[in-house]
Design a protein around this ligand. Structure first.
Ligand code: HEC
Ligand code: HEC
Ligand code: HEC
Length: 319
């Protein structure tokens, strides 16, 4: 009996302590800190080591190539047909004057520096971390570099994952997903501004049938937005499973939304309303936003029924 006690005291206990220290140190090393404020990071980061089948599928869709439509020589017929509406929207929401649009040839024009178009054809334009077409200076004089376009790896320059899956960028829930290896709750993710109203088609209206788009269903019936039909084409990831990325097909999410719907799954967020205040420098004036606030004061979600929810009030442990 005494021998066993001695063993416990001198060998076993220190061994367990050591093992625990090593284990917790390992866990601490693996867990990354969640950034204080949301920021757009781009599709390539969502691909990373997590969502390759979705990324590969997305690359082949209209969203994965949406920026390219703004170049001259792309969809000439559609641009010609929409000429009057393009000009009308540029004046009404795009910060351009009548003389400017009168002299505009919509077929020859390069719209890749046209803020009105960029808001819906890129990721996070005019917002933190989002696409920029030129270097800008912050109030403190810090230079923010414009996004480098890499045609081999579409990221911020197209309509990326975050335009449907986040309110204001995925920098925060990306860390949560990594830390939990995909085993997170809706409340945890929503607290970090992931949105689930992509399941009702609400988020699509950030662009489709938005009052600012020239491509309205009144112009051509093909622009009418039918969510159930279109949803199927967003990213048909099953086709893009390969030997290399098979392990990235998330299993832990099974039934997440039916058993754990979160708030944005059942309540639609406000859709952005905006005008371009300064077309030369790409400054946006916001009239309505689904998420307001700062990391210091806290962030608030705004719903279409007029209600609000402070993210701090969502009960979820994110650490
Ligand atoms: C145009 C909008 C849109 C874009 C862009 C988009 N998604 Fe999605 N995504 C959806 C919708 C809608 C669903 C739900 C599909 C359904 O219910 O059948 C979804 C579902 C998913 C799911 C399953 C999540 C779950 O919890 O059920 C993953 C993972 C995903 N998307 C990853 C991505 C990645 C990675 C990208 C970028 C490479 C991306 N998505 C781009 C709209 C989008
Ligand atoms: C940030 C803007 C934006 C959002 C948000 C958005 N779309 Fe789109 N969508 C576009 C643009 C731009 C195109 C035009 C692409 C083209 O014609 O090649 C497009 C085209 C499409 C197409 C046709 C693509 C093709 O390959 O033929 C489908 C389908 C579609 N969207 C579905 C959706 C669904 C479903 C949602 C919401 C879950 C959504 N979109 C949200 C901007 C957006
Ligand atoms: C409010 C969002 C929004 C704005 C602003 C916007 N677009 Fe789009 N654009 C879309 C959406 C959504 C589609 C896809 C429509 C569909 O297929 O139903 C689209 C489609 C297109 C297409 C393909 C049309 C076709 O039939 O092939 C072109 C070209 C295009 N946009 C160019 C532009 C240009 C140029 C501007 C700026 C003058 C612009 N867009 C501004 C959202 C927008």
């Amino acid at each position: 009996m005494k021998k066993i006690r001695m063993f416990l005291l001198f060998i076993f206990v220190p061994f367990v302590c050591l093992a625990l220290t090593v284990l917790t140190a390992d866990a601490a090393k693996k867990k990354k800190k969640i950034p204080k404020s949301p920021k757009f990071v781009g599709a390539a980061k969502c691909d990373g080591s997590c969502h390759d089948p979705w990324y590969q599928a997305w690359l082949e869709t209209g969203h994965g190539q949406s920026y390219n439509l703004l170049k001259p020589g792309k969809r000439d017929k559609a641009k010609k047909k929409a000429e009057a509406l393009i000009k009308e929207k540029l004046v009404k929401f795009g910060g351009r004057d009548q003389a400017y649009v009168d002299g505009l040839d919509v077929i020859k024009a390069d719209f890749t520096k046209e803020p009105l178009c960029l808001r819906c054809h890129t990721t996070g334009f005019g917002q933190s971390g989002g696409f920029r077409f030129k270097d800008t200076k912050t109030k403190k004089g810090k230079v923010k570099k414009k996004t480098t376009i890499d045609p081999e790896e579409p990221s911020l320059e197209q309509v990326g994952c975050e335009m449907c899956h986040s309110v204001r960028g995925g920098s925060q829930f990306r860390v949560l997903m990594k830390n939990t290896e995909g085993d997170f709750t809706s409340a945890q993710a929503e607290k970090l501004n992931k949105r689930y109203d992509n399941n009702t088609g609400n988020v699509c209206k950030r662009c489709h049938e938005h009052q600012n788009t020239p491509f309205q269903s009144s112009l051509d019936h093909k622009y009418k937005f039918n969510f159930e039909e279109r949803k199927k084409k967003v990213h048909d990831f099953q086709k893009y499973k390969t030997e290399d990325n098979r392990d990235q097909v998330i299993e832990k999410r099974k039934d997440r939304l039916t058993k754990d719907p979160g708030v944005t799954y059942t309540k639609n967020l406000v859709i952005e309303e905006w005008v371009i205040k300064d077309a030369e420098n790409g400054k946006i004036g916001w009239k309505a936003k689904p998420l307001t606030g700062t990391s210091k004061k806290g962030y608030t979600l705004h719903f279409q029924d007029g209600s609000k929810l402070n993210l701090n009030d969502i009960k979820a442990d994110i650490n």
